[in-house]
Write a protein that binds this ligand. Structure first.
Ligand code: BGP
Length: 470
């Protein structure tokens, strides 16, 4: 018997800047991604450069109908994508939206509806309009609260009757490490004062609450979720100091969802602010907004766990996703050094449920790997058994968490179709069930091919998880 409840939403996840391309079509303005040819931590360029794969990405802007049909063929009941803010407000600070941009997402949603797929929309997926970053200093400037509220209001009014599930900021806690990508603040973390960082975070948290308010006013049926990176922090040893260090690191990671869910800063953050001279400026009404407009559900990405230690000699930062941490000696890693830990997913799901008692949605999980296209009986394909194993093992743990009593609404695997990676801006790190013929040097036909995992996932969905192998 499957652990997955009837109506569990199965699907995949993407982000505008990683799939759409067409960076200067349809009246779109530049976003920070258009000047980030080398991904998350690399320096940005003055303007768009030819080596930036995101400018064309996988051309979803022109091929969305074909791609959504492929998702439907797998049986998706949900498709997560983001709206590129700079398609709707090219600079971010205009009074009026760009109708052509709005029409594009009308068409994407039409296509989802045609196939009975629920859209799950992220309002901001590392895509701050470039003008807001360069001319205003990104989320440090309180004005972005008004600009974002206008954008959120525009798209919620436009699509709110047809789209039930919304997320505000993708991986909001990533700003702790990537101020430019996650906050439009063009400084390395080391050069950004804590005071400015936490004030920027406050602005995002406040406008997230405001967007939640707007969403519920537009349509009371809408469910708004927060979205954070989930990284279970394991003490490297049983030394209580390591345990405490792990606890503190996780308190920092979870500060964001704590505010989203409880409507106020947790005590641990308040002490940190006090002792580090951080004074967050609350505008009139901020406290009430946060308190009265908490999220309906908690969504998160899960790729890996990490260890924590209080011993300064052992504090090496391993490879891995944005949050990073000390490598776990008991785990294997992907080719990119992301440690693989399916059980960690059950751990975070239980922790989150116990902590916030809000329904969960796993909106990112998957394996980035180097795929090799081969000739199959039905045309080119990829024998991606490694991906099938990874996803099977993680989904089994989602099922276990559900059996533990956790309420979980759905699962969208990351990069259901190959896309440009966020950390390195490359195409050779592939996550999809669908192979896209495009290479790191920009060559390729952009043709789509079904991988072996395509049929595997279709079967998981058809059987509502019954076909998974424990
Ligand atoms: C998350 C992001 C995604 C995505 C994913 C995989 O951090 O929300 O945008 O790309 O990680 O990361 P990468 O593309 O670097 O492999």
């Amino acid at each position: 018997m499957s652990n997955f409840p009837e109506g569990f939403l199965w699907g995949g996840a993407t982000a505008a800047n990683q799939i759409e391309g067409a960076y200067d079509e349809g009246g779109k303005g530049l976003s920070i991604q258009d000047v980030m040819p080398h991904g998350g931590t690399a320096p940005s360029t003055e303007g768009p450069t030819e080596d930036n794969l995101k400018l064309e990405a996988i051309d979803f802007y022109h091929r969305y109908a074909e791609d959504i049909a492929l998702f439907a063929e797998m049986g998706f009941s949900v498709f997560r994508f983001s709206i590129a803010w700079s398609r709707i407000f090219p600079r971010g600070d205009e009074e009026e939206p760009n109708e052509e941009g709005l029409k594009f997402y009308d068409r994407v949603i039409d296509e989802c509806e045609k196939h009975g797929i629920e859209p799950l929309i992220t309002l901001s997926h590392y895509e701050t309009p470039l003008a807001l970053a360069r001319e205003y200093g990104g989320w440090r400037d309180r004005k972005l609260v008004d600009f974002f509220a206008r954008y959120a209001h525009t798209v919620l009014e436009r699509y709110g009757a047809r789209v039930k599930y919304w997320l505000t900021f993708n991986e909001i806690n990533a700003i702790l490490h990537l101020p430019f990508m996650a906050g439009g603040i063009e400084l390395d973390r080391e050069n950004l004062a804590d005071q400015e960082l936490y004030q920027a975070i406050h602005h995002e948290l406040v406008v997230s609450a405001l967007a939640t308010k707007i969403a519920h006013e537009v349509n009371p049926e809408i469910k708004v979720g927060c979205m954070a990176i989930a990284v279970p922090r394991y003490p490297l040893t049983p030394d209580p100091r390591d345990v405490r260090q792990a606890q503190w690191e996780s308190q920092q990671d979870m500060l964001f969802a704590d505010v989203h869910c409880r409507g106020e800063y947790p005590a641990s953050a308040k002490r940190y602010f006090r002792e580090n001279g951080i004074e967050i400026e609350f505008a009139e009404g901020d406290a009430e907004l946060l308190k009265e407009h908490t999220v309906d559900f908690v969504s998160f990405s899960y790729y890996m766990s990490a260890c924590s230690t209080a011993d300064p000699d052992k504090q090496v930062r391993g490879e891995g996703n944005i949050m990073g941490g000390v490598p776990n000696p008991t785990l294997q890693a992907s080719e990119w050094g992301w440690q693989i830990d399916p059980v960690g997913l059950r751990v975070v799901m239980n922790d989150f449920w116990d902590r916030w008692n809000k329904p969960l949605f796993v909106v990112e999980n998957g394996l980035g790997a180097r795929d090799v296209l081969i000739d199959g009986p039905d045309g080119p394909t990829v024998e991606d058994d490694y991906r099938i194993e990874y996803m099977n093992d993680h989904l089994v743990q989602v099922g276990e968490a559900i059996a533990d009593g956790v309420e979980c609404w759905g699962y969208t695997s990351w990069g259901c179709i190959d896309l440009v990676s966020a950390s390195k801006a490359e195409l050779s790190k592939r996550y999809g069930f669908i192979y896209v013929d495009r290479n790191d040097d920009g060559t390729g036909t952009l043709d789509r091919y079904r991988k072996k995992s395509f049929d595997w996932y279709a079967e998981v969905i058809r059987t509502n998880g019954d076909s998974l192998k424990a």
